[in-house]
Design a protein around this ligand. Structure first.
Ligand SMILES: [Zn+2]
Length: 280
């Protein structure tokens, strides 16, 4: 019996000791967990806001469309936390896109307390001015307009024979991107630099026949293809100005008739050139 009661005693004592520890440590642990959780919530909100504002500025900079940029901000920030956006402002002037956002950071377990807010802003140069539509020309590819972008026309011939976009191959059943526009014209028709920049490539290229690439800075490049070698008037490293006569239209490479294949690349991605060229 003695031994039995001794065991019960020691069990009780142990239980008592662990209860004390539990009472002291648990609230501390809980508090710490709350602090960590709050920091994670705030950190994620800040990261989301920064990513979203960068996406919005990119859209505004390349497409010149404020509404689209605002939509992009909400999409990138996440539709489930739309309520946390307190304000978003975006301005496009001649040179620059400026965006400012204010987001609410929820305070966990403190209902009714004023929310913390986080302010962030972002800037970028304007790559596309949205000044309404200019008519540019027509051709077998249909009549077309440009939105009056920052690039000059790469050639005076405005006979559009093929647009930018995906083509469905009827036999091979694959979608393939036509990464530029085709402007047809007689062999030797002048090709002009669409903007100021540096020639980074001028020579033979598989499929393109010959290819000239001009880098305009800010992630923008223009590509010119299918010229014959004797109609290339620039070399790599050369500085060019918008409107400089850099080559003549040719029929080299995979080409079914003399034309200029013209591409515009933004940050390495081909985009629809008609959104970037103006008529003069
Ligand atoms: Zn083409």
């Amino acid at each position: 019996m003695r031994i039995f009661s001794k065991i019960i005693y020691s069990v009780r004592r142990k239980k008592g000791a662990s209860t004390t520890e539990f009472i002291v440590i648990m609230p501390l642990f809980f508090l710490l967990a709350l602090v960590v959780w709050q920091l994670v919530v705030a950190g994620l909100a800040v990261l989301d806001a920064q990513a979203a504002i960068r996406d919005a500025v990119k859209v505004a900079s390349t497409e010149g469309d404020e509404e689209k940029a605002k939509e992009q901000f909400e999409t990138s920030f996440g539709s489930h936390q739309k309520k946390a956006i307190e304000s978003f402002e975006l301005e496009i002037d001649d040179q620059e896109v400026i965006a400012k956002a204010k987001i609410k950071i929820p305070i966990i377990f403190a209902e009714g307390m004023p929310d913390m807010t986080y302010n962030t802003s972002s800037k970028a140069p304007v790559l596309q001015k949205y000044v309404g539509a200019y008519s540019f020309g027509g051709g077998p590819g249909g009549s077309f307009i440009t939105t009056g972008g920052i690039l000059g026309p790469p050639t005076k011939s405005a006979v559009l024979t093929s647009r930018f976009g995906y083509r469905f191959h009827p036999i091979r059943h694959i979608r393939k991107l036509h990464a530029g526009i085709d402007l047809a014209g007689p062999v030797g028709t002048p090709i002009y630099a669409a903007g100021d920049g540096v020639v980074v490539r001028a020579g033979k290229s598989n499929g393109y026949g010959n290819l000239i690439i001009i880098d305009h800075g800010n992630g923008m490049q223009t590509w010119y293809a299918h010229m014959f070698s004797e109609h290339i008037y620039v070399r790599p490293g050369q500085q060019v100005k918008r409107g400089d006569h850099i080559a003549g239209i040719g029929n080299a490479g995979w080409s079914t008739g003399p034309h200029l294949h013209f591409e515009v690349h933004i940050n390495g991605q081909p985009v629809d050139p008609l959104r970037y060229i103006s008529k003069s």
